[in-house]
Design a protein around this ligand. Structure first.
Ligand SMILES: Nc1ncnc2c1ncn2[C@@H]1O[C@H](COP(=O)(O)OP(=O)(O)OP(=O)(O)O)[C@@H](O)[C@H]1O
Ligand SMILES: [Mg+2]
Length: 501
């Protein structure tokens, strides 16, 4: 019988309440973090995960509740008191200094702490080398951070956190931009951190990863606590059920498209040297076509060429049966093509502008009346209807997009393009960072759009999503479409095998 007392938590939140303008982001939520554990926070978009993290790191002040860290009780933290208590957050943009070297970035907090007004590149090196060696990493300390891969930037941020004596490391969706191999490497590092006694809080929408890396998990729903338990006691479906309070339908639902349905998009012999070649693609009205392949296969470049981001140098494109010349994004928009980019935060949104302004950004000219004055009332009514159709969760649409949770920001990008009523809609990673419940809703929206006559192309590496929504799936390898799966051949295992082949 195990009679050892339960270890004392390194961090404890008791009955935390946080409201924004009357809306409960967190409603009496409690949470404990044990020494050396990986504790996953799961929950739908807007359930309060990032808010919980901000309260721990001192970025937000709770309305009520208690925070106990390092044995001391606090009504709230400040960024400085959180760091002093050993809390380090690794944000999605990593907050690194791009014009400094890896070594300088890693050593920065230590050099600041010893009171140096000037940090010296020479003194930075041994500090950085120490931690890199200790973790057994292969980081080039002299490289400029701006030139690093996403994975190496993340390692740099982790090293910097450890240099500041982090006891608690928090990572908000750390794997969204990593390849499979990089995720495995990150998880190996997480285990090494644990063996040093570091505790980690990990936020992810990828439930398989949640189960792989964590010992315990806590599920939030709509700002309230739903469950905490050992990761081993849950499977994917159980977590999804706790998050949403309902069963999620991941089965395949595709409507019948007549073989003679009008062609929305036809691409022939599309190519750009070094990126992709000989790409032929037909998307009929009503059809959802998936485009997939490994990172670097060229699938994203093909989509960007069709949307004029980086135009193709050979081949032809026709929309609705009419040949179009696409040399720029305005060319593509004028031709009736919409594009939801992969990196929504930097490419798709104006974060400091309101939700309404973002939703209308791509279609504002359509609301210009005869006197060239915007028909505001009509426009606002339209924005309202699109926002409610997409269930954008916000107290009101005049708030800045920055205040939205990640998944809701993704819906704003989608709304923006649906407002333009394109003939063809390309979506690159439409559900990255989106919770399972919202994911099935977004797929349902795409089905509805297709049924209304749109041609839809989904670029994704989320295979269950391709299976669930796509009439056909095209697989890209080395810049070429090497395989097409249609009808009954669209199966999760088949897609996996063909991508890896
Ligand atoms: N600064 C703010 N002003 C107003 N409302 C906010 C603000 N920050 C968060 N919220 C609201 O609080 C709720 C919780 O948001 P939070 O960002 O914590 O969700 P999340 O669980 O991290 O979601 P996601 O998975 O989409 O990132 C949401 O309804 C959000 O709109
Ligand atoms: Mg969040």
């Amino acid at each position: 019988m195990d009679i050892s007392p339960a270890p004392r938590p390194v961090l404890e939140l008791r009955d935390i309440v946080k409201t924004y303008g009357g809306v409960h982001a967190l409603d009496t939520v409690s949470f404990t973090l044990l020494p050396g554990e990986v504790h996953c926070l799961a929950g739908e978009n807007g359930s309060g995960k990032s808010t919980l993290i901000k309260i721990i790191s001192g970025v937000e002040t709770p309305d009520s509740g208690v925070i106990v860290v390092g044995g001391e009780r606090h009504a709230s933290m400040t960024p400085a008191s959180a760091i002093a208590a050993g809390v380090q957050v690794i944000y999605q943009d990593f907050s690194l200094f791009p014009n400094l070297s890896v070594a300088e970035n890693i050593a920065m907090p230590r050099q600041r702490a010893v009171g140096g007004r000037f940090y010296s590149a020479r003194a930075a090196r041994p500090i950085a080398q120490g931690i890199v060696d200790e973790l057994g990493l292969a980081l080039d300390l002299d490289a400029d951070v701006a030139a690093l891969s996403v994975a190496d930037k993340q390692l740099t941020a982790i090293c910097r956190a450890l240099v500041s004596d982090a006891q608690i490391i928090i990572m908000d969706e750390p794997t969204t931009a990593l390849t499979g191999a990089e995720v495995t490497a990150l998880f190996a590092l997480v285990r090494r951190l644990q063996s040093r006694g570091v505790s980690l809080i990990f936020v992810s929408h990828k439930l398989d990863e949640v189960l792989r890396v964590s010992q315990r998990l806590t599920v939030l729903r709509n700002g309230t606590w739903v469950a905490t338990g050992a990761a081993g006691d849950y499977d994917r479906d159980a977590i999804a059920g706790l998050m949403t309070g309902k069963d999620i339908d991941t089965s395949r639902v595709v409507s019948a498209v007549p073989a003679d349905a009008a062609i929305a998009l036809e691409v022939k012999g599309l190519g750009r040297p070094g990126a992709f070649a000989d790409v032929d693609l037909v998307v009929r009205c009503g059809e959802i076509v998936g485009l997939t392949g490994l990172l670097g296969s060229g699938r994203g470049e093909i989509a960007e060429a069709i949307f004029g981001v980086r135009p193709a140098t050979t081949g032809t494109i026709a929309v609705g049966g009419h040949p179009v010349r696409i040399q720029s994004i305005p060319d593509a928009v004028a031709a009736g093509i919409g594009y939801v980019p992969e990196d929504r935060l930097t490419q798709g949104l104006f974060l400091d502008d309101s939700i309404a302004d973002n939703v209308v950004a791509a279609s504002v000219t359509a609301f210009a009346g005869r006197a060239r004055l915007l028909d505001r009332a009509r426009m606002l009514a339209f924005i309202q209807s699109v926002a409610s159709r997409l269930r954008i969760k916000a107290p009101n649409l005049s708030l800045a997009v920055r205040s939205l949770s990640g998944g809701n920001a993704q819906r704003v990008v989608l709304a923006k393009w649906l407002m333009t009523n394109p003939k063809v809609l390309l979506l690159n990673g439409p559900t990255v960072g989106v919770d399972v419940g919202s994911k099935s809703e977004i797929l349902e929206i795409l089905r509805t759009q297709a049924s209304a006559g749109m041609g839809v192309v989904v670029i994704s590496d989320d295979i269950p999503e391709l299976y669930s929504a796509c009439h056909r799936v095209l697989i890209v390898q080395g810049g070429r479409i090497v395989c097409e799966l249609a009808g009954d051949a669209v199966r999760v295992e088949t897609i996996e095998q063909r991508i890896a082949a």
